[in-house]
Design a protein around this ligand. Structure first.
Ligand code: SF4
Ligand code: SF4
Length: 123
């Protein structure tokens, strides 16, 4: 088992799903996410730029998926990013993590994995 944060060498979820959330999370509404990094998708929801179409890749993702990646918005990232956890963190399977990794040719994570996580922090 590796103690490294698996997200730091992955980033697949940031380049697979549409990352959408309530516009109130944007800076102009008192939130944290820079307005220029989102696009309006409904009257009340925005998506991270680059995740509103296919092929998907969030503008805030730095690096190469499956190699070395980093979220340049880590401290300001939106709620779906904060809530999305790698499979087997704290023993919980996340099938959507598996799905994103598979879409990028990466194998599913296997338990156990050290708690920590998201594309920016070392375990
Ligand atoms: S964690 Fe960062 S790079 Fe990934 S989708 Fe969220 S803002 Fe984009
Ligand atoms: S949550 Fe899963 S898909 Fe997303 S970066 Fe981490 S290991 Fe990859």
């Amino acid at each position: 088992m590796s103690n490294a944060n698996p997200c730091l060498t992955c980033g697949a979820c940031c380049a697979h799903f549409r990352v959408s959330f309530f516009w109130g999370e944007c800076q102009s509404a008192g939130g944290t996410v820079p307005d220029e990094q989102v696009v309006l998708i409904t009257p009340h929801r925005v998506a991270m730029r680059g995740t509103e179409y296919k092929p998907t890749r969030c503008v805030a993702l730095l690096g190469e998926v499956g190699d070395v990646v980093r979220c340049t918005l880590y401290e300001q990232r939106a709620s779906p990013c904060r809530e999305f956890e790698a499979s087997w963190v704290d023993g919980q399977h996340n099938p959507r993590c598996d799905e994103a990794r598979k879409a990028h040719g990466l194998p599913p994570l296997t338990p156990p994995i050290q708690p920590s996580l998201s594309p920016d922090r070392v375990a």
